[in-house]
Design a protein around this ligand. Structure first.
Ligand SMILES: C[S@@+](CC[C@H](N)C(=O)[O-])C[C@H]1O[C@@H](n2cnc3c(N)ncnc32)[C@H](O)[C@@H]1O
Length: 209
């Protein structure tokens, strides 16, 4: 992702912070909180967890921070400001997840929820190798991504230009495996976004060491 793409994405998420929050209806919550709970259920208390593309920290970072030492990373200053206020016990870095400096081999678990749709597909191999390096041996990652085959380009999303890319899930799974991660599960679940159903793949992968 070129610097300019990063600027467009950061500015977009700054501008749509309220609209993004409003996409999830209280009566029909997205599956992310239950997915995060299941993913983290057997993590020992005090594990080190990284939330990449953490957004405003609600609900995933907040849930993880109840029991763990959590770090959140996001490219949008507005999202990070909200996350700091919503989850005061976690630490946050505002930066581009592709090249931000993070401790290697330090994390028991990583979550990246609805993030990689904002990356060009070409970035995935290097990003997944990076995730593997950040994980401890036997550490695991939870990813969600919308299945599809849409090209990397700007679309108008919530009224702002936003870079979005989708990939067939079998190709995504292959890229994770090519990066040395072992895919433990891959499930599809639909959620309502502003009343519209959108399906996501939910993938758990492990670092065999
Ligand atoms: C769809 S939101 C998901 C937010 C949160 N994970 C959630 O569950 O709602 C995608 C988030 O990824 C962030 N993001 C997109 N590209 C990024 C990048 N290159 N580096 C860091 N964060 C990025 C955006 O700013 C945004 O907050």
């Amino acid at each position: 992702m070129a610097e300019r793409d990063g600027e467009i994405i950061a500015r977009g998420y700054d501008q749509v912070a309220d609209e993004y929050e409003a996409l999830e209806s209280a009566g029909k919550p997205w599956p992310r909180l239950e997915r995060v709970r299941a993913f983290a259920a057997d993590l020992p208390q005090g594990s080190r967890v990284l939330d990449i593309g953490c957004g405003n920290g609600v609900p995933a970072t907040q849930e993880l921070a109840l029991k763990h030492e959590v770090m959140g990373v996001d490219i949008s200053e507005e999202q990070i400001a909200r996350a700091r206020s919503n989850v005061p016990t976690a630490t946050f870095i505002c930066g581009d997840a592709r090249d931000v400096d993070l401790p290697v081999g330090a994390f028991d678990a990583i979550v990246a929820l609805y993030l990689i749709d904002n990356f060009a597909r070409e970035v995935y191999p290097a990003f997944f190798r990076h995730i593997k390096k950040l994980l401890k041996p036997n550490g695991r990652v939870l990813l969600s991504a919308e299945p599809g085959d849409d090209p990397w380009q700007t679309y108008t999303w919530l009224g702002v230009p936003m870079f979005i890319n989708t990939i067939p899930t079998d190709e995504l799974v292959q890229l994770l495996q090519d990066a040395g991660l072992s895919v433990a599960s891959n499930e599809f679940e639909s959620q309502l976004e502003g009343g519209r159903p959108i399906e996501y793949a939910w993938i758990v992968a492990e670092n065999p060491g």
